[in-house]
Design a protein around this ligand. Structure first.
Ligand SMILES: Cc1cc2nc3c(=O)[nH]c(=O)nc-3n(C[C@H](O)[C@H](O)[C@H](O)COP(=O)(O)O)c2cc1C
Length: 221
């Protein structure tokens, strides 16, 4: 797979085949992703991989916790407390497209809730990852982590796998970390579902929008 195809063909995949992903395969992904760049080569990343019983136990616990209205305990604010345009509209469109792909009406609150809970089920993926940044580091390391996670997603594609990055899996670190020993003094940045995509599921068959190049890039000569 060439690099342009790897980037342009990646989508957040939210339905997976019932085909296992081994710890060895997760290791192969990291084998490539570890070559991601980082400021002064600090490599400020730790990854916890989960499969099998551990993944199932995390999933059960997250669903139970969220469904019972458990308090959020994320290590950082992913989004600002107040939304501004154009980001609010883009966020709404993102949600509408996702629900439409699943045949969920905009006013179908229980349907939307059911769809949202799929996050905690790793969208049926057989494997997951949790990404950690050292708390002693600053914003630059979070930039590095973004590059690292994208590298993981692209390396996964190179091995025939697809992924969905998920802040939802980082919303309740207290719940997740009951099931493994997290790296000490690290913040949980994001989770990620990983597996072989189910190509027949409509949720994997729509594309989100993007700004045009001239809305992103300004060149000066
Ligand atoms: C850090 C990060 C966290 C995300 N969290 C979630 C999430 O919790 N649940 C989800 O369904 N999608 C999540 N997404 C996926 C975005 O919705 C998706 O990337 C965006 O809509 C663009 O679609 P695409 O990835 O298919 O190109 C996340 C993406 C990123 C980069």
């Amino acid at each position: 797979m060439d690099v342009l195809n790897a980037i342009e063909g990646r989508i957040s995949t939210r339905a997976f085949l019932d085909k296992p992903v081994s710890a060895e395969l997760l290791g192969e992904i990291i084998e490539t992703a570890r070559w991601a760049p980082s400021g002064t080569n600090c490599q400020p990343w730790q990854v916890v991989g989960v499969t099998g019983n551990t993944l199932n136990a995390i999933s059960d616990d997250l669903v139970a916790h969220d469904s019972s209205g458990g308090a959020e305990s994320a290590h950082y604010n992913y989004y600002p407390p107040e939304w501004h345009e154009p980001y609010l509209q883009r966020r709404r469109t993102c949600g509408y497209m996702l629900y439409e792909a699943q045949g969920i009406a905009r006013d179908d609150k229980p349907g939307r809730m059911k769809s949202m809970l799929q996050n905690f089920n790793f969208f049926g993926a057989p494997a997951g990852m949790f990404f950690y940044v050292p708390k002693v580091m600053d914003k630059g390391s979070w930039v590095d982590m973004g590059m690292f996670i994208q590298s993981v997603m692209l390396a996964a594609r190179g091995l025939g796998l697809e992924t969905c990055p998920q802040f939802a899996l980082a919303m309740y670190p207290d719940v997740v970390e009951k099931h493994f020993t997290p790296p000490q003094d690290h913040a949980l940045v994001s989770g990620l579902s990983i597996g072989f995509a189910n190509p027949d599921q409509p949720v994997n068959n729509y594309r989100t929008e993007r700004l045009a190049v001239n809305e992103i890039l300004t060149c000066y000569d």
